[in-house]
Design a protein around this ligand. Structure first.
Ligand SMILES: C[S@@+](CC[C@H](N)C(=O)[O-])C[C@H]1O[C@@H](n2cnc3c(N)ncnc32)[C@H](O)[C@@H]1O
Length: 267
């Protein structure tokens, strides 16, 4: 259950402490989203395993966050290098490494993805899930950097939402501009990747988020995808949307994951 990190007043807190608390709160609710997703064991992980051909490889998890994908994948791969620019996320992965005794299998690098401190072609397979749409100003550089660190001909898998289905419609209530840009981005990315001369494959993976109640879904979304501050009309719209998505006794929200596999051959 997510904790309330904001029970103390903001006074007397350093900017670093406030940032840490914000990160922790966001990731607590992100964890609830992961638990809410029935796709985790069924769709997303096998699709990623297949697209990135991860089995037995030295792989890079680019923009790893606190390590959501590490445990489901670590037994299948040889090693994982988990990279993120966020200090809190890297600390969380290091705690996971200690807790699960993964020091021979997983290493961390704290770095922005536009400039990763590793040699060309060292990764046998690289994946970057739910990251690049966050960083529109830098995404082209990020993808080129992921291609650089990956062996020629090996897969670089980039995953993000298609901008279709329920979740983006929910986002449109609170941040229409963002939701529309995500939809445009999905189209633009495909064209751009083909123009780079890479081999590009696209798979669409249907995902479902299943919540025990619409109220709980509202709380999780209001602390993750939706803006914190919404007016009463928007809040009512969110509630109505979630009530309209009851299936039996569960609130079910659909999403579509795009998995792009990019391969750059030697020149
Ligand atoms: C939504 S999370 C996804 C985490 C993980 N890939 C997953 O699927 O659970 C996005 C992560 O990407 C990281 N990130 C975003 N832009 C980045 C950049 N330019 N360089 C490094 N990390 C970045 C953020 O710090 C965050 O941890």
């Amino acid at each position: 259950m997510a904790r309330d990190h904001y029970s103390n007043p903001r006074v007397n807190k350093s900017p670093e402490q406030r940032k840490r608390e914000k990160d922790e709160k966001y990731w607590d609710y992100w964890d609830e989203l992961v638990k809410a997703s029935v796709y985790r064991d069924t769709r997303e992980i096998p699709a990623l395993m297949e697209a990135a051909q991860l089995k037995g490889k030295h792989v890079v998890d680019a923009g790893c966050g606190p390590g959501r994908l590490i445990l489901p994948l670590v037994r299948s791969v040889e090693t994982i290098t988990a990279i993120d620019e966020n200090n809190w996320a890297i600390n969380a992965v290091q705690d996971l490494i200690k807790e699960k005794r993964l020091k021979d299998k997983v290493q961390t690098i704290q770095s922005p993805l536009v400039s990763i401190p590793v040699d060309d072609g060292v990764s046998e397979s690289t994946y970057c899930m739910g990251v690049i749409h966050y960083d529109k100003s830098r995404w082209e550089k990020i993808v080129k950097e992921l291609i650089r660190i990956t062996a020629p001909g090996s897969p670089v898998v980039i995953g993000f939402g298609s901008g279709e289905k329920d979740l983006p419609k929910l986002e449109e209530i609170g941040k229409l501009d963002h939701a529309l840009k995500c939809k445009e981005f999905a189209l633009h990315f495909h064209k751009w990747a083909q123009e780079q001369g890479w081999k590009v494959e696209l798979k669409r993976i249907p995902l479902q988020l299943e919540f025990r109640s619409p109220e709980w879904a509202a709380e999780v979304f209001l602390n993750t995808f939706l803006p914190k501050k919404m007016n009463p009309v928007q809040l009512n719209e969110v509630k109505a949307f979630l009530y309209a998505h009851m299936k039996g006794d569960k609130c079910v929200i659909e999403q579509e994951l795009l998995l792009f596999t990019l391969r750059a051959e030697d020149e």
